[in-house]
Design a binder for this molecule. Structure first.
Ligand code: NAD
Ligand code: IPM
Ligand code: MN
Length: 359
């Protein structure tokens, strides 16, 4: 029984929703309905608040990521669920860089976890591939590399222009993503690790990956570790995806390889992701972008956003509920309750309703 002197522990987990641009609001609306269904049926102490950060706000107020946003998120929230950012009216992509990379870097979300799990064999463009054969995760370093924002333009706009975009790799940054990937493999019963870089062409930056990998793998003798250059890895992912369990790579290659791998799942509409600072506030987003060409038409696939919501629930401590969301999402595909990108005839909202009814 609680006595007067017992501290009152608030177990409520708070989520910041950032619908963003293009199809972002459409898929986040479905994700929010999924959250509502899970919260109602399981009585979970979860609350959420929406933020209007994105292209409209930027065009209206010239504000991208508000000045106090990082501090506020860290203080008031446990997780962030974001749709997508990117708008053809903003060709510089400045607002997306400020918000998306601003949060990744500002909250030090150094792990970008992108599961590549086939929901149904009929979605895979490879012939005779079963669900079990496409089930791996890509760990993308998420706070440095070519995304560090170090560089500049000299003599901009002249015929003598020089553009420099540095690839920044730190021992600490490389080591922590490698260690996390190995620890994940151990905790999930995965046996195989593939580290990928281009140390043959980029001996300074990716030489550091090689040397750090050589050290870290010794700490995990139970894991069968290999290395592939990123070009070869891209080919092998398509040729025989079943050979992979855990892939770990740098920021830029992780971006490319995770879209490539999403192709095996039926497209970007199927690919969820988590940006983690393990143990602290973390951000969850579908791998896809704002898809301006299909925005506002009720055809965007909400599956990536729904699976992303499942990952967030798991991260917040609701493992069973996260697994349940993933299971019902797969059931929708088995029942061909799918949007046109998956070859279905259902709309964004209708797929969402089918899934929420069953949750
Ligand atoms: P995109 O992911 O938006 O679209 C690529 C292709 O996949 C398009 O044909 C699109 O219609 C399709 N697609 C994507 N998501 C889909 C979904 N849920 N359902 C059905 N089809 C889907 O990538 P892009 O076209 O290269 O970029 C568009 C904008 O999004 C750009 O501004 C880009 O910078 C931005 N972007 C943002 C994020 C993010 O916020 N996390 C990620 C990637 C791209
Ligand atoms: C992603 C996106 C972003 C990235 C863009 C929009 C900056 O492609 O999340 O995969 O390159 O990281
Ligand atoms: Mn990407």
């Amino acid at each position: 029984m609680l006595s007067d002197s017992s501290p009152v522990v608030d177990v409520t987990k708070r989520i910041a929703l950032i619908p963003g641009d293009g199809i972002g609001p459409e898929v986040i609306r479905v994700a929010e309905q999924v959250l509502t269904s899970v919260v109602r049926s399981r009585q979970l102490p979860l609350t959420w608040t929406a933020f209007d950060w994105g292209a409209e706000k930027y065009l209206r107020e010239r504000v991208t990521l508000p000045a106090d946003a990082i501090e506020m998120l860290r203080r008031d929230f446990d997780a962030i669920l974001i749709g997508a950012l990117g708008d053809p009216r903003i060709p510089s992509n400045q607002h997306a860089l400020d918000i998306l990379l601003g949060i990744r870097f500002g909250l030090d979300l150094y792990v970008n976890l992108r599961p590549v799990k086939l929901l149904d064999a009929k979605l895979c463009p490879l012939k005779s591939v079963t669900e079990k054969e496409v089930d791996f995760v890509v760990f993308r370093e998420n706070t440095e590399g070519a995304y560090a924002g170090v560089g500049g333009n000299f003599k901009r706009g002249t015929p003598d222009e020089v553009a420099v975009q540095e690839d920044v790799n730190t021992r600490k940054g490389v080591e922590r993503i490698l260690v996390y990937a190995f620890e994940y493999a151990v905790s999930r019963g995965r046996r195989k690790m593939c580290m990928s870089d281009k140390s043959n062409a980029m001996p300074y930056g990716h030489g550091l990956w090689q040397r750090t990998f050589a050290d870290v793998r010794k700490r995990f003798p139970q894991i069968e570790a290999q290395h592939l250059y990123a070009d070869t890895l891209a080919m092998e992912i398509v040729r025989n995806p079943s050979q992979f369990e855990v892939i770990v790579t740098c920021n830029l290659f992780g971006d490319l390889l995770s879209d490539l791998a999403a192709g095996l799942l039926g497209g970007l509409g199927a690919a969820p992701s988590a940006n983690l600072n393990p143990g602290y506030i973390s951000m969850f987003e579908p791998v896809h972008g704002s898809a301006p060409g299909i925005a506002g038409k009720n055809v965007a696939n909400p599956m990536a956003a729904i699976l992303t919501t499942g990952m967030m629930l798991e991260y917040l401590g609701y493992r069973d509920e996260g697994a349940r969301v993933e299971k019902v999402a797969a059931d929708a595909v088995h029942a061909s309750v799918m949007t046109p990108d998956f070859g279905g005839t259902f709309g964004t909202r209708e797929v969402g309703e089918w899934i929420c009814d069953r949750l």
